[in-house]
Design a protein around this ligand. Structure first.
Ligand SMILES: C[S@@+](CC[C@H](N)C(=O)[O-])C[C@H]1O[C@@H](n2cnc3c(N)ncnc32)[C@H](O)[C@@H]1O
Length: 225
């Protein structure tokens, strides 16, 4: 593991271990207020059901598990993985019927081609650009051919360092990226981008956030390659 990876993983885990309880309370389930996100999750679920094969869907960087539960509500077999043990504890407490595991997107404890779908919902927003290729290569490795990937991210061109968030002192970098940058990384890892959504910040986000992006991509199979 490179120094960049180690430093990012350590600071991100520490920050979310510190803020997990507050994050779970403060950040409402997206699905209560974002019809565009709900639509992209719906399209993703339809594609997984019709094209994805038998494997489960992983919510990678699941935080408190809201997206994992939404995937289950859409009829998919879903589980969550997160770097932060405290976040995993929050997710297990909120959704005791679902499976949540500690783990890192930089090196997943999953065999090749194991999943029919992956959701990465704002879980790469703390990932330095030099580590993104490792994570997207790992997504490609564990996704079955024909499987789909849904990525939510913050649009912009800046790095914001947070010393305080969710009522706690912590240290966390947040990366705002262009759709082109995220797509370039996905394509370099072997994905084919199928749909892109750009939406304006809603009332809850407007004071501190910019546009929000969602990308839906596929790992090609014999029929699509
Ligand atoms: C902004 S939160 C998003 C959480 C959740 N997906 C949601 O939408 O509420 C980012 C989450 O990604 C997790 N995370 C960041 N880097 C990770 C990595 N390399 N592997 C696993 N989880 C990671 C953090 O611990 C945190 O829970």
């Amino acid at each position: 593991m490179t120094t960049d990876q180690t430093a990012y993983l350590r600071s991100t885990q520490l920050a979310y271990d510190t803020a997990a309880g507050a994050y779970a309370e403060i950040i409402p389930p997206l699905f209560d207020r974002d019809p565009y996100g709900v639509a992209m999750f719906g399209a993703f679920a339809d594609l997984v059901r019709t094209r994805g094969g038998a494997g489960p869907v992983a919510d990678l960087g699941c935080g408190p598990g809201h997206a994992t539960a939404h995937l289950r509500d859409l009829g998919l077999t879903a589980f969550g993985v997160d770097l932060s043990p405290k976040m995993i504890a929050e997710a297990r407490r909120a959704y005791p019927d679902l499976r949540f595991e500690e783990g890192s997107m930089t090196g997943l404890d999953l065999p090749d081609d194991a999943l029919s779908g992956i959701v990465s919902w704002y879980s790469t927003v703390h990932t330095p650009p030099e580590v993104l290729p490792t994570i997207f290569a790992e997504f490609h490795r564990v996704l079955a051919p024909g499987g789909h990937l849904l990525v939510g991210y913050k649009i912009g061109d800046l790095i914001r360092h947070l010393d305080h968030a969710y009522g706690h002192d912590l240290s966390l970098d947040v990366y705002w990226r262009s759709p082109e940058e995220v797509e370039r990384h996905l394509e370099a890892a072997g994905f084919v981008v199928q749909a892109r959504l750009v939406r304006e910040p809603d009332d809850f986000e407007r004071a501190t956030q910019g546009r929000q992006g969602t990308l839906l991509a596929q790992k090609p199979d014999a029929a699509t390659a």
